[in-house]
Design a protein around this ligand. Structure first.
Ligand code: AMP
Ligand code: MG
Length: 326
């Protein structure tokens, strides 16, 4: 596939069916660079991340077309590969007994763009191979168990890409900031989470944790947009303003989660998310390079393809004979 900038944005349909692992390589190489720029490393400072920034964006390409148009084109091109890769993963589990799966954890404050990211990025893939779960305040039943209970039940099966819209991190974010449990309880959770994610990694789960990072001003604008648009008012929750009033506390809680739970097997990525088109492109890249790292082939059939073909062809001749003689 030609991954160079096109004059006309290519539709997914046009590009479909043209993907090979060789086509993937140049896109994956660039995605690896984007991933390096977004990864939370030692000495990370959340306050130093500009929510309007666009790390890794090729400057010349954007100058030609504008970020929005360029991103739409690129996300479509990446999406074709995501669909193909995800099918390979699914096929390996189905036929090869491969336990590998992927888990994308999306965290953000209200209006951070979790839903939009899922729509734009996961939308390119086959729903059969996706397991998307949103976590709200725990139900009574969930509260009767430890905080990871509902998370374990929501994990993707082998071959599937799981997407968490919020996650176990709420138990060291909202729960901490809103003082829902004593400090000793939430403090102990960072280690518990690290151990849990280590276990998942050992069991074949590729974990990609993303914080969509928006600014205080952008959240205000998006909340206003929701209030001003009758078709979006359903997304507004008066409680969002209570959380907004606790903005500095949430930033501090996020900073701790990012640094205390950023491990080699389950790294955190902070995606500047004030620009939706950059956000979509960045997350698409994070998924793409994660798939590329798995080096997924289609499974080799467990049967003799030629023998089955011969059988079918012979059967077809027989079928025709019968139909003709009736
Ligand atoms: P939304 O994602 O906008 O539909 O909102 C879901 C709400 O559920 C957010 O306010 C979260 O902070 C809240 N939530 C999610 N998980 C938990 C949890 N474990 N404890 C308390 N609140 C939570
Ligand atoms: Mg909300």
């Amino acid at each position: 596939m030609d991954t160079r900038l096109k004059e006309q944005p290519a539709s997914v349909a046009e590009l479909a069916g043209t993907t090979t692992q060789a086509d993937l390589a140049p896109l994956a190489a660039r995605a690896a660079k984007v991933r390096d720029l977004l990864r939370v490393g030692p000495g990370f400072d959340l306050a130093a991340v500009d929510p309007r920034a666009t790390p890794g964006l090729p400057r010349r390409a954007v100058a030609d077309l504008g970020g929005k148009v360029w991103s739409r084109d690129q996300v479509a091109a990446i999406g074709v590969h995501l669909a193909d890769q995800q099918e390979r993963l699914f096929a390996q589990a189905k036929v090869g007994g491969d336990r590998r799966r992927m888990l994308l954890v999306l965290q953000a404050l209200d209006c951070g763009g979790k839903d939009g990211t899922i729509k734009r990025v996961a939308g390119a893939m086959n729903p059969l191979g996706l397991h998307i779960v949103a976590f709200g305040p725990p139900t009574e039943e969930e509260r009767a168990h430890d905080f990871l209970w509902r998370i374990r039940r929501a994990l993707p099966e082998p071959g599937v890409l799981g997407i968490f819209n919020r996650s176990h991190y709420e138990d060291v974010l909202a729960v901490r900031v809103r003082n829902l449990v004593p400090e000793s309880t939430w403090r102990a959770r960072y280690d518990i989470i690290n151990q849990f994610e280590n276990e998942l990694a050992d069991d074949g789960v590729t974990i990609i944790k993303v914080m969509l990072h928006i600014s205080y001003e952008e959240q205000r604008q998006r909340l206003l947009d929701r209030l001003n648009d009758p078709t979006k008012q359903w997304k507004f929750n008066p409680g969002d303003l209570d959380d907004r009033a606790l903005w500095p506390d949430f930033q501090a809680a996020y900073a701790d989660a990012l640094t205390l739970c950023g491990t080699p097997v389950a790294p955190w990525y902070v995606v500047p998310a004030d620009r939706k088109w950059y956000r979509n492109w960045a997350v698409a890249n994070l998924l793409l390079v994660a798939f590329a790292d798995l080096g997924l082939d289609y499974p080799t059939p467990l049967f003799d393809v030629e023998a089955q073909r011969a059988r079918l062809v012979a059967d077809e001749r027989g079928g025709k004979r019968e139909m003709n003689s009736s």
